[in-house]
Design a protein around this ligand. Structure first.
Ligand code: SME
Length: 163
């Protein structure tokens, strides 16, 4: 039975280094993209402070479709180009939103969300979907979170079959 260690590091780079180790252990020996996304959502939701949603949307043609997540039930389909998630896919780049109220077109799945980090899942230049983290705290995510979560997303992509 997997048990997430309590992460007690003081610096974010150290926190993400530990989290990467825990994620690598969790993904080891399993390539199913849904199972790995489900466990990864649970790990991030359990170990990262101040999150109210952590999960995946997978690319399905011109839309994103909800995948495994932790948090409140969320919108199921997001057209590419819409919301933070669809915009991240359109740009092929991470989007860090310090204040969701200031992001035109933000899709509010949970009214409590105030900041958001969306990282595209990229394999061989194809965008397989996104990893989406939401926080009830304004400016919860910074450049160190972006770098750390991008590395975690890479671990998911290399450790799983295409969803
Ligand atoms: N806020 C996202 C929608 C997904 S939920 O936050 C889970 C967006 O604007 O794309």
């Amino acid at each position: 039975m997997f048990q997430a260690k309590v992460i007690d590091s003081t610096s974010k780079p150290e926190l993400y280094r530990q989290l990467a180790g825990e994620l690598a252990a969790l993904l080891q020996g399993e390539r199913d993209p849904v199972a790995n996304a489900a466990n990864m959502s649970a790990l991030l939701y359990m170990t990262m402070p101040d999150l109210n949603w952590a999960g995946f949307y997978f690319s399905r043609g011109s839309e994103l479709v909800l995948g495994p997540f932790q948090g409140k039930p969320a919108c199921i389909r997001i057209p590419v180009g819409k919301g933070v998630c669809g915009t991240a896919v359109e740009r092929g780049a991470t989007i860090l939103v310090e204040d969701v109220h200031a992001f035109p077109g933000h899709i509010a799945c949970d009214a409590a969300s105030r900041s958001e980090l969306v990282v595209p899942l990229v394999k061989n230049r194809t965008i397989l979907g996104v990893l989406d983290l939401d926080s009830p705290r304004k400016a919860r995510f910074d450049a160190e979170d972006q770098a750390g979560v991008e590395e975690l997303a890479r671990l998911y992509v290399t450790g799983s079959d295409a969803p």
